[in-house]
Design a protein around this ligand. Structure first.
Ligand code: GAP
Length: 508
């Protein structure tokens, strides 16, 4: 654990040092849980967006995009249920003055109990060797059974208290479990209170309450309120999807995890409209499709797992998360939700507009059901970054940090470097840069030794460096240096473009 926390700190420091992510308004000491993407961060982010947009919109004949405004009519958030239900239970520790999500404190306690079970299993597996039957052991060992029962009881108490908003019972549960503040180590807790997650502001010149509007806490509602517009003007036939990427805002209580939990972040969401009764079929389909999308980035499968929701949101009849093993542990990266007809039905009620689809195949009208895929762009960015970050000890005893970002996502595809800053080498290098720049994001640099320049490109994940030297004038060749193997070779200038293009097709 200590090692992973250490790795997380190193990734955050690296992201800052090499222009990926900066604290917002840093010269004013920053703004908590708000971040800016720097010169390489913005490129990586755009490449992830492009990968998502292409695989969701361009590669599906029945999915189209939309770009809805962040400001929406306040009634939208009444209809969606956010005004009444989008809040988290918070609790403060009176000694450390730290604020926590009360449900997360309890869930962390459950994770500890699960860890105890796992320890028993590992110990027994060692003791029994090949003859070990894990299922039988887990179903009979008294210590495992006792911890399983504890977990069940805690979940039951937590989820029912949360559902009925019995905040006093959540506090009693925290006290009964003897949960202590990780900072102060004390059990000196305040009462649990609901904390509203939506940001509000005012629109227009008047400052009375009637003009209060919200910053959207999810992009999905921009899709729902445009359902009729798009279905009609796009002549869309069910099943079909609408996809959107954009900013969302949540006044998160606990915001100490870099870009994992931000107050302003980006989502990439797709709502797939289906015939009622078909939703679970499509839910299963999108669950698998989305996992394939993640694996398409070349990140190993064992870094991902599905997590089924036990405590369903007010709008869902089935929900899975795709979790990723961040340095801070397995955490939610994407949600796949079967949202029923909750949203469209509610917008129909609140707006008074009929939101129905006439299905010619069954000669009937209905409010479509919705399967949603909802992924956080910033969390995907963090997943790519944490998987890519590699420290290597080299044969000559030196060390390097290399970001093994899949080439198609890498911020810079090729660096063009004159060996020295004289004898016409910069001009020749610039000539090559000018040819490549229309097809690839390239980088030109002439300062510092070539070794230092290679290391800087490793640190931002550039798959190839091309070095122009005196021999270039003799035989029209350059040195190609590959990021991961650090192998160098000589190739003709006319092959540069083809080599980059080939590499971009692979995700390694
Ligand atoms: N429309 C459904 C929805 O918004 P969600 O599970 O609340 O569902 C979807 O959010 C995704 O958005 C999450 O899986 C996560 O990747 C991302 N996300 C949510 N809150 C976030 C935050 N505060 N900071 C960064 N990403 C966040």
């Amino acid at each position: 654990m200590a090692n992973n926390e250490d790795k997380f700190r190193k990734i955050i420091a690296h992201a800052k040092e090499y222009g990926f992510v900066f604290q917002s308004s840093e010269i004013y000491d920053g703004l908590s849980a708000v971040y800016d993407y720097g010169q390489y961060g913005v490129e990586l982010k755009n490449n992830i967006k492009d990968y998502w947009w292409k695989s969701m919109v361009q590669y599906h004949e029945n999915i189209v995009g939309v770009d809805a405004a962040i400001f929406m009519h306040p009634a939208v958030w009444k209809a969606s249920g956010h005004v009444d239900a989008f809040s988290d239970p918070m609790i403060d520790n009176k000694d450390s003055k730290k604020r926590y999500r009360a449900d997360v404190l309890v869930e962390d306690h459950i994770v500890k109990l699960e860890g105890k079970i796992q320890k028993e299993v590992t110990k027994a597996a060692k003791r029994f060797g090949d003859s070990f039957d894990e299922e039988q052991f887990s179903n009979t060992n008294p210590r495992v059974l006792s911890n399983k029962k504890k977990i069940e009881d805690i979940k039951q108490r937590l989820y029912s208290a949360m559902k009925d908003k019995r905040l006093g019972d959540v506090k009693t549960l925290i006290e009964d479990l003897g949960i202590v503040c990780p900072i102060s180590g004390s059990r000196n807790w305040t009462d649990v209170r609901q904390f509203d997650l939506m940001f509000s502001t005012r629109i227009g010149s008047l400052s009375d309450e009637a003009n209060e509007i919200y910053l959207r806490p999810e992009t999905a509602q921009g899709i729902f309120v445009n359902y009729l517009n798009i279905q009609k003007t796009g002549r869309m036939k069910i099943p079909f999807g609408i996809a959107q990427m954009g900013k969302a805002f949540r006044n998160e209580i606990v915001a100490r995890q870099f870009i994992f939990r931000m107050r302003e972040f980006e989502q990439m969401e797709m709502q797939f409209f289906v015939r009622p009764g078909d939703e679970i079929k499509w839910f299963d389909y999108w669950k698998e499709e989305r996992m394939k999308w993640h694996l398409g980035m070349g990140i190993p499968q064992e870094k991902y797992k599905f997590h089924e929701h036990e405590n369903l949101a007010h709008y869902a009849n089935a929900a899975f998360d795709i979790e990723f093993e961040f340095p801070i542990g397995f955490k939610e990266l994407e949600g796949i939700h079967s949202r029923t007809d909750f949203d469209l039905k509610s917008h129909q009620e609140y707006s008074g507009k009929k939101i129905q689809y006439f299905d010619p195949e069954i000669n009937d009208s209905y409010i479509p059901y919705v399967v949603e895929t909802s992924i956080g762009l910033d969390r995907t960015f963090l997943a790519v970054l944490s998987n890519a970050y590699t420290e290597e000890k080299l044969e000559d005893g030196s060390e390097r940090i290399v970001m093994k970002i899949p080439p198609f996502l890498a911020p810079i595809k090729a660096a063009v470097l004159p060996l020295v800053k004289k004898d016409g080498l910069p001009e020749k290098a610039m000539e090559i840069f000018d040819k490549l720049k229309y097809n690839y994001m390239c980088f030109y640099e002439e300062k510092d030794s070539i070794g230092k320049r290679y290391r800087r490109q490793d640190a931002i994940g550039t798959p190839y460096c091309f070095t122009i030297d005196h021999q270039t004038f003799e035989d029209n060749t350059v040195t190609i240096r590959e990021r991961d193997s650090m192998k160098q070779d000589r190739i003709g200038i006319d092959r540069i473009s083809e080599i980059i293009s080939e590499r971009l097709k692979s995700n390694k």
